[in-house]
Write a protein that binds this ligand. Structure first.
Ligand code: NCD
Length: 331
């Protein structure tokens, strides 16, 4: 049996066994949550536990799905969204600010525009724990700069796993990642997980200015995951089992000379009958809302999956003994 993860910081930490375990737990939570007895059993799982939500970079889905996940598990939460309302304005470092949270919480979920801050915080806690044994908080990366967004990648894997469960699973599928692949942290984190699904093929569709970074391409090469780079969305939609759209990340920094690649209603006609379209959201014009009625567009299902998967992640981190305690009898 693998060593338990203490923190969730980057996609490279996951192996197939853990991905399968989290997907199974997510399905269990979704099913159990449908009955009152089941919902109550889940609410008793983490009574007295608290999460701290340190979100100094904007968030709609990640923040709210973690809040909802805490509610599902009967946990409370504390929150800092604006560093201007914390002692960081007095010159306190982000790490001290996070360490303060650790004094009150069992898990710290962090989003920051600083790449690596979650990892830095986790390393700091691990180093200091012998001196401050009450600082036991698990760190969860909720998005670190342009670097990684591992819990988004987990909910994306769950969405793919559900979509292809009767068609041989994720293995062997062709996945097109489209848009700003250079600065989008969701596609970076998802690309790392592909190594656990044999025979997956990736198509990176982007304008030249937004191509996937070399570190990811080197990782894929090292693990023999075939990928190609193109600007031709039509050709990719024609052959893909999943089309993963992303927006241009121009809130982070402006990149001149590149326009987004658009998925429009006409693409629905060339999309395979069993293929799916995903998007981490927020979207802009790159995925036309007129497509939303099509059952192959999974973007709202993906959001919902996020709440259950994040509940599974928190449960995995905080429940070290029996993963189904109190839930065996409820369905
Ligand atoms: C993404 C993010 O924050 O990286 N959003 C999300 O968490 N669902 C994608 C984005 O902002 O484009």
């Amino acid at each position: 049996m693998r060593e338990r993860l203490y923190h969730v910081l980057e996609s490279q930490q996951f192996d197939r066994e853990l991905l399968d375990h989290l997907c199974a737990l997510t399905t269990r939570f979704r099913e159990v949550g449908k009955t009152t007895e089941g919902a109550l059993a889940m609410k008793r799982r983490h009574v007295g536990k608290r999460a701290a939500l340190y979100f100094t970079q904007v968030s709609t889905r990640t923040l709210n799905s973690f809040r909802a996940a805490c509610q599902v598990l009967g946990m409370d939460w504390l929150e800092i969204s604006d560093p201007n309302t914390s002692s960081e304005v007095k010159g306190e470092s982000p790490i001290d600010s996070v360490a303060t949270f650790a004094s009150y919480a069992d898990a710290i979920i962090m989003r920051s525009k600083l790449p690596g801050l979650a990892k830095q915080a986790a390393e700091y806690f691990d180093r200091e724990r012998p001196f401050r044994p009450w600082h036991t908080a698990h760190v969860v990366n909720g998005g670190s700069g342009q670097d990684q967004h591992p819990t988004q990648a987990l909910l994306d894997i769950y969405t793919l796993y559900r979509a292809f469960r009767e068609r041989g699973g994720i293995e062997g599928k062709t996945i097109a990642m489209v848009g700003d692949l250079k600065r989008g942290r969701t596609v970076r984190s998802l690309a790392y997980l592909m190594r656990h699904y044999p025979d997956v093929r990736l198509i990176f569709v982007s304008p030249p200015a937004f191509q996937m970074e070399e570190d990811i391409k080197a990782f894929l090469q090292k693990h023999n995951i075939p990928f190609e780079e193109t600007e031709d969305l039509d050709a990719a939609v024609n052959v893909a089992d999943a089309v993963y759209m992303t927006r241009v990340q121009d809130d982070l920094d402006k990149e001149k000379g590149a326009t987004p690649i658009f998925f429009q209603e006409r693409h629905l006609k060339i999309l395979g009958p069993h293929a799916i379209v995903m998007h981490p959201l927020p979207r802009r014009e790159e995925l036309d809302p007129a497509c939303d009625h099509d059952p192959r567009i999974k973007i709202w299902r993906q959001e919902r999956n996020g709440m259950w998967m994040r509940a599974a992640v928190l449960d995995y981190l905080l429940k070290e003994n029996d993963p189904l305690e109190g839930m065996r009898e409820v369905a």
